[in-house]
Design a protein around this ligand. Sequence first.
Ligand code: EPU
Length: 442
Amino acid sequence: MDAFVIEGAAPLTGSIKANGSKNAALPLMAAALLMDEPLVLSDVPDLADTRNMLHLLAELGCDVPQRPSCDEPTTIHAADASPCTARYDIVRTMRGSICTLGPLLARRGHARIAMPGGCAIGDRPVDLHLRGLQALGAEIELDSGDIVATAPTGGLRGASIFLGGAFGPTVLGTANVMSAATLAQGETIIESAACEPEITDLAKLLNAMGAQISGAGSPRITIRGVRELSGTSHRIIPDRIEAGTFLMLGALDGADITVENCPIDALMAVCDRLERIGIDIALTPDSPTDLMRATVTVSRRDSLQATRLTTQPHPGFPTDLQAQAMALLCTVRGHSIITERIFPERFLHVPELSRMGAQIFRQGPTAVVSGVDHLVGAPVMASDLRASASLVLAGLAAQGQTIIRRVYHLDRGYASLEDRLVPLGAQIQRVDEKDLAPIGVC
Ligand code: EPU
C-alpha cells in the first residue's frame, strides 16, 4: 500500500487543473448499457473507480479500453446484451456500480447486482433506488445478498415517483430511475429529484442519445420514454469536488493558486463560504466565459474569520467538501461550526486532524472547530476518499512532516494528486508503506 510523506508549510504557487468529474463519469459510463451502439466519452478521469467501472462494464458484455485516458476519448460499446450480473467483488470496491441497475433493467429486462454494504461515511442504503424502479413496474427481490430486478413483460412503464428520503434526494437513485425511464413506456415524473450538476450532465448525454428528458437540474424531472437510444459522443463536466479541493488549497496559508477547468457555476455555496471566511475568488482576465470551465484565482485576505457551514444537497454546500473545509477551518481563528446533514457520521477525519493539533469538538452531526495558530505534522491514516483529501491539505499547511497511510482511498477520486501538487511547490512524495521505516520516517 502507498503512503504520502509531506513536508508541510512550503509556500505554494501556480496553476492546477481540475479533471473530468468522477461522479458524473460513473453513471454516464453505465448509460452505454442502454443501447447497442458505441458511446464515446471524453475527459473520463483515470481513477481506480473509473477503471473498476470499465472492468464491470466488460463483465456486462461491453467492449471497453483497459483504462480511461485524459488524452483519448473512452469508447464503450455494449456488444453483448446477455450478461446481467454485477458481482459483489466489484460492487464492494465501488458503490457507484449500483448505477448499472437502472440501465440493465431497462434494456435487458433483468439485473442481478450485489447489494452494496455500508462504507466509512455511513450506512448508504439503496431503498430509494429500488422504490423508484418498482414504481416503473420492476419486481425486486433480495437473493443471497444480491438485488434481483426483473422488468414486467412488455418492459418498464412510466410512473410518477417521489424520490425524497430522510436525508434529501438521492443522486445515484435519481440517475438510476432517470436512465431506466428513458426506455419505459409513457411518461415518468421524478419528484424530489437530485439537482446535482452530475444529474444535469447525465440528462444531457441521454438526450443526445435520443431520450426525451426535461427539468434535469430542478427537483422535478420529466422523462417521456422512447423505443431505443443511439450512440453519441459527450464531454464530461469538470470535477466540482476536485476543483473545490483546489480552492481550499488556495485558501491555505501561503498559497497563491490558480484553478483551471473550474466549474465555478456549480460551486456557488462553496465560494460563498470561502468569501465569508476571507478568501477572494476571481475569474482571471483570460478565463473561458463558460462558467463550468472557468479559470479562477484564489487569494487570502489578511485575517480570516470563523464561519458556520452546513452540508446540503446541491446547490447547498456539498458533503464531499466538508472534510477539506474542516482542514482549512482548523487554522482560522475563532470557533467554526460544521453540520453534516447528508451523511451524519462522515467525520472519520476528525480524530486524524486532532492528531495534528486541531481542536475539534464533535457531537452528533455537528463539529465545533476552534482555530489554532498552526497544525503540526504527524503520522495519520486515511479512512475514505474526502477524508484523505483533508489530510493532504492539513499536511501541506502543517509545520513538520506528515505521513498519510492508505492513500488508495485518495486515488479513487484524485488522479496522481502528488504529481499535480509538486509543480506548485508542494513537498509531497508517494512511497510504499513498507519503505517508510528504512528511510527513517516511521
Ligand atoms: N439515501 C437513502 N436511501 C437511498 C439512497 C440514499 O436513504 O436509497 C440517503 C443516503 O444515506 C444519504 C443521502 O440519502 O444520507 C444522499 O445519498 P445519495 O444517494 O445522494 O448518495 P450517492 O448517490 O450514493 C453520491 C456521490 C457521493 C456523494 C453523494 C451526495 C457518486 C458515485 N457518489 O452518492 O460521493 O457524497 O452523492 O452528494 O456519485 C464522494 O465522491 O466522495 C462521494 C461519496
